[in-house]
Design a protein around this ligand. Sequence first.
Ligand code: ZN
Length: 366
Amino acid sequence: MFLKHIFQLQCWMVCVCCLLDLSIGAAYSQTIDTIQYTPADSVTDVDTTASESVLPTGNDDSVLNRCWTPTQLQSTAKERVIHLQKPADHSPPQGNSDVDLDNTQNRAFSTAIAARSIRSVIPAHGEKIIALTFDLCEQADEIAGYDGAIVDLLRAEKVNATFYAGGKWMRSHPERTLQLMADPLFEVGNHAWTHGNLRVLRGVELTAQILWPQIQYQQLKEQLNSRSCAASIPDSIPDQPTTFRFPYGTCDAVALQEVAAAGLYPVQWDIVTGDPSKKQTAQHIIDTVLKQIHPGAIIIAHGNGRGWHTHEALKTLIPALKKQGYQFVTVTTLLQSGKHVTTANCYETKPNDNLRYDKLFGRGTE
Ligand SMILES: [Zn+2]
């Protein structure tokens, strides 16, 4: 817990630094490159009406509304609480303890994905589209929370978003994970198994952090498909997450290669809310986002009970951004909408600003 408090402080400090140093962009611009999204249709016209075309939650005939009542979807305050878990749980997804991580056949090897960290996108036609992302981190020694007030707000405002769920978080929150998967507004990305530091972990430990969440997601989706409420409805839920977010925002060439080879796009951010800091305020989050917002931005916040004033800030931010003409899309949609702004390394707001995390957190998953 002590380390986590330090982490919160570090996040806060980095965020403040990024606001103060307006010359940062010029300083590291040389390290940024852009690549073209592979599918041929990636730079064609974007359906900017996508977010508005989604039927309102509660009124459509989707899996979400067939399988859960509005009351069941509604969050409760106690779910936001984070609980310690002793002893720490490093076990794999249930029923898959025999998965051979050395067996390369378990990996959907992809050569189409560049082993580079995606920080934002340049929309092909300058569309004012942005991606809100919420990390659902869960370490081996905790059961993290579900900050459902955020989800309820996004549903009420019909805002698309991406949730980067740890595989262990999915396992400890199966019903909430299924609801996020089944909601046409949302997508669930991969946030490693137990929030390991993938710049430090190697071999099968690195591979497990990346592949076990894929297995957990698939298991849950199969559970949903087997329910009678989901029968006879066309299945539009992706079979697997297609994007990955590195815990602590740390990576290196080996980790990037491993994620890309697993068929996952490594996705970071270029706007940091700094919400893990208890000293963060809603107004500061609002000011930070509104000052830095641009077409193709990827915003990071937390939805696991570790984000402070996130919901409060969003109540102002969402209408303010809509008023400016911005439309919210999932990360997957954003990636299909233009050129990716990528870097060879992962960092918080400027190159090398998170190197200290290796000493601070080590393997990140004890
Ligand atoms: Zn995380």
